[in-house]
Design a binder for this molecule. Structure first.
Ligand code: THU
Length: 138
């Protein structure tokens, strides 16, 4: 398997843990960090709907909680009823959170249906002219 395929597989392996009893739209994400380690996350919904959180942000928070600060790739899988049937692009808030922990020209964002059926692009393509930590001197 290629590194891309391993990342997609890590996301697929966690899709069953997605908690989406309200939308029934299940999402899982896996981030590859500069350290070479992979961290996963799933969407976790809530009876108070706005308290729910996306898979991508949970995966990134998981990585940061383990000491990571630099993302190099993220794979996202999802669809209705635990299927990985859609190319699932990240929402705007998740794109901004990716921006915090990556170089947008380098971060590869992968939307996958399977390890052989996927699209990929950079964060720069998904979030052009973005606002990031350098604007605040970080
Ligand atoms: N969702 C994600 O987890 N990631 C995205 O990028 C898009 C949407 C989740 C949020 C919610 O639990 C469900 O999909 C339907 O919006």
């Amino acid at each position: 398997m290629t590194n891309t395929q391993k990342l997609i597989q890590a996301a697929l392996d966690c899709l069953e843990n997605s908690y989406a009893p309200y939308s029934h739209y299940n999402v899982s994400a896996a981030v590859l960090c500069a350290s070479g380690k992979i961290y996963t996350g799933v969407n976790v919904e809530n009876a108070s709907y706005p308290a729910g959180i996306c898979a991508e942000r949970n995966a990134i928070s998981h990585a940061v909680a383990c000491g990571e600060k630099e993302l190099t790739a993220i794979a996202i899988v999802g669809g209705a009823n635990y299927s990985a049937s859609d190319y699932c692009p990240p929402c705007g808030i998740c794109r901004q959170v990716m921006r915090e922990f990556s170089d947008p020209q380098k971060l590869i964002v992968i939307f996958a249906k399977s390890v052989t059926d996927y699209k990929q692009m950079t964060l720069e393509q998904l979030l052009p002219e973005s606002f990031g930590p350098e604007m605040l001197g970080k």
